[in-house]
Design a binder for this molecule. Sequence first.
Ligand SMILES: [Cu+2]
Length: 208
Amino acid sequence: MFLTNLRMKLSEMDRSSRFALIASAFLITLVAVLGGLFLMAAREPGTATASAIGGPFTLVDQDGKTITERDLKGRPFLVFFGYTHCPDVCPTTLFEISEVLRALGNDADKTEALFVTVDPERDTPPVMKDYLSSFDPHLRGVSGNAAQMAAVEKSYRVYAKKVPGTNGEYSMDHTALVYLMDKQGLFVAPFNLRRTPEEAAKDLRRYF
Ligand SMILES: [Cu+2]
């Protein structure tokens, strides 16, 4: 009797958790689509939504140093969300950002480039530090606790979702946009890397 009850409860839970899974997958898709629409609206100059992307954050860089939006005031900066286990998009983008920073020469100190992890579970500061040693030294790899990460992903309207693989491994689906933020920390536009590093650097200089 007891066992039958338990089994029934378990199968009910199974069904409801399966439903929750489907519902949350739907919600995530919806959020991603809405996020994309917001971003597109933000590309139109002069609309109020532009300022709705970005904002205050408290995170920690690869040296364990706290970083907030106040540390970036007065300098335009790039923000890219990704993770160190990413097989292609992230390393490619970080390489391209590195090329832009190199093209800036000494002016690279007048900007910042943040690589914000969407996988803080694995991307701790030491892991970020090791990973970023292959890229331009100006890049800062930032992570944070669950609440800090949720807040920054929300304010940048980032979509990030864990995708289970084999043997307990997983990858992350994520927004692969490079955000250009101005001196005031306001979103300008997605930063275009489909051009020469010199052209991209010249574009970035306009916001100094
Ligand atoms: Cu990636």
